[in-house]
Design a protein around this ligand. Structure first.
Ligand code: FAD
Ligand code: SF4
Ligand code: SF4
Length: 478
């Protein structure tokens, strides 16, 4: 064990500097500054180099965290980058937006008493440095293979698979209905969590690596699944989940009540310099409005913090459970509170009031009752506890379901689960259709970027196995 490590007793935990909330409220720039080189090394040196690293076990990519922390502490950053990029296609993205408190850092053994190693910030620092130093290079496969793979969806699952397949020399084409590459990385997640240049430089790298992108192309409308199956040796479906869950409450159709992703996509497009009529008309602009966000997940957190930055008069988040029971990252809640968001815990909407447009959310107070079968306490309404919350923009962040893909793709044989996600054999990542694989949110339901990357990598490996097996009889006969 090197003497450089095990510094967690003497060296307190430190994250990169966070910009003051008053400044953050005024722009969409990232909230954390970069680590300086000595700070990153110092923080990496807090790791105790566990024999059984729980951080690694709880990282969906099983990143070799202790080893790259040690290399960082020793100033061997290029080697640290080689190691960290061997298991993760987008370490600088995961380092920024993984909910580390629930994954690697939340399971760091020094968490108890000394506060975890700041794994995500070090991971981000290693790869940002690699980009600055020119260590991140386009893929040049050792040999080109003739077989082509089509990927439907240019989100993190599709992009991770595309990169892995290109490494093996396959000819890869990615189709997406959006006009930009990145899926929710570009149009869902706001700039203050993940600056768009970070995603766009990955796109440029994939293009330089000879991945072909066909954008503005909706499979099921502009091209059929059957056509793509005939065009490619194998297909990967990585289309994510986009059907916004709704609330069946009186008045829900009033103008001013909108789906969270419409609001966030509009804001992201506006930030990217697009002309966005819904923003320009004010319909999806929070400026000067009383904004109420319904929900307690990551999407809700992104909505409240976007509304603050757009200049809302007030921003409230209504959630039917309490702080301890919300699904969103606690770190995000803290950022939102610092930025002036008011959380109205244990409160559920019942109806929406207003004449021409929404003016109030009529809500009821909630008491958390006995735990249900899943162990979560059941929300129970408290009689006669109604409150009217002022609102001229209500954002519904109630979760997402998959679209009906067998119908959209005109592929009745494409098997789905009871939740509508694609049914796959987890060992082969194969769907019910021969040569068609699936990965990411369309398989898991709304999940995380790091899981999408993991699935994309796994799917690429299985597609390689499938195409290799298909090529073998032909080679043997020749
Ligand atoms: P997506 O990223 O959704 O990409 C799917 C792509 O498929 C899209 O580009 C779409 O246009 C395309 N597509 C769909 N249908 C078709 C079709 N018929 N033809 C062609 N193309 C099609 N995760 C985190 O880890 N950290 C976070 O902080 C975080 N914040 C989030 C904030 C918001 C607002 C949201 C909505 C999600 C957030 N997530 C976060 C979750 C994360 O973004 C997703 O889990 C992840 O993007 C899923 O990746 P994917 O590749 O499966 O799908
Ligand atoms: Fe932690 Fe995510 Fe990085 Fe894994 S990918 S080490 S979970 S930040
Ligand atoms: Fe280091 Fe914490 Fe991982 Fe142990 S659990 S190897 S201390 S980062």
């Amino acid at each position: 064990m090197t003497e450089r490590m095990l510094k967690f007793v003497a060296t307190p935990q430190a994250l990169p500097d966070k910009r003051p909330a008053a400044e953050r409220r005024r722009d969409f720039d990232e909230i954390y500054a970069d680590f300086a080189r000595d700070k990153a090394a110092e923080q990496a040196s807090r790791c105790s180099q566990c024999g059984v690293p729980f951080c690694q076990i709880h990282c969906p990519l099983h990143n070799n965290i202790p080893d790259w922390l040690k290399l960082t502490a020793e100033g061997r950053l290029e080697e640290a980058y080689e190691l960290s990029s061997a298991t993760n296609n987008f370490p600088e993205i995961c380092g920024r937006i993984c909910p580390q408190d629930r994954l690697c850092e939340g399971n760091c053994v020094i968490e108890k008493g000394f506060e975890s190693v700041t794994i995500g910030s070090v991971e981000r620092y290693i790869t940002d440095t690699a980009w600055d130093e020119g260590w991140v290079k386009p893929i040049a496969p050792r040999r080109e293979r003739p077989e082509s793979v089509g990927i439907v969806g240019a989100g993190p699952a599709g992009l991770a698979a595309a990169e892995q397949l290109r490494r093996k020399g396959y000819q890869v084409t990615v189709y997406d209905r959006y006009d930009r590459v990145g899926g929710l990385l570009i149009y869902g997640i706001p700039n203050f969590k993940l600056e768009k240049e970070i995603v766009q430089r990955r796109e440029a790298l994939l293009r330089q690596s000879k991945v072909t992108f066909v954008l503005n192309c909706e499979v099921g409308r502009d091209v059929s699944l059957a056509e793509l199956r005939a065009r490619h040796g194998a297909l990967l479906i990585a289309t994510g989940v986009y059907k916004a869950r709704d609330i069946a409450a009186p008045g829900v159709g009033l103008p001013g009540i909108v789906a969270a992703l419409d609001f966030l996509t509009t804001s992201n497009r506006q930030g990217l310099g697009d002309e966005v009529p819904d923003f320009d008309s004010g319909a999806l602009d929070a400026k000067g409005k009383h904004v109420v966000v319904l929900g307690g997940g990551d999407t809700a957190m992104d909505c409240v913090r976007t509304a603050v930055r757009q200049g809302a008069k007030s921003v409230k988040c209504l959630y039917r459970r309490d702080r301890a029971n919300m699904p969103g990252s606690q770190r995000e809640v803290k950022h939102a509170e610092e930025e002036g968001v008011e959380f109205v815990w244990l409160t559920a909407p019942q109806s929406f009031l207003g004449k021409e447009a929404v003016s109030h959310v009529r809500s009821v107070r909630i008491h958390l009752g006995m735990p249900d079968a899943t162990g979560r306490q059941t929300p129970q309404e408290i009689p006669n506890s109604h409150v009217n919350v002022e609102a001229d923009l209500v954002l519904k962040a109630l979760g997402f379901d998959p679209e009906d893909l067998p119908a959209a793709f005109d592929a009745a044989d494409l098997a789905v689960t009871g939740w509508g996600t694609l049914k796959i054999d987890w060992r082969s990542m194969a769907t019910s259709l021969d040569g068609v694989f699936a990965a990411g949110d369309i398989v898991r339901g709304a999940s995380l970027v790091v899981w999408a990357v993991r699935d994309g990598r796994d799917a690429a490996e299985r597609i390689h196995g499938y195409l290799s097996a298909k090529a073998r009889p032909a080679a043997a006969a020749a």
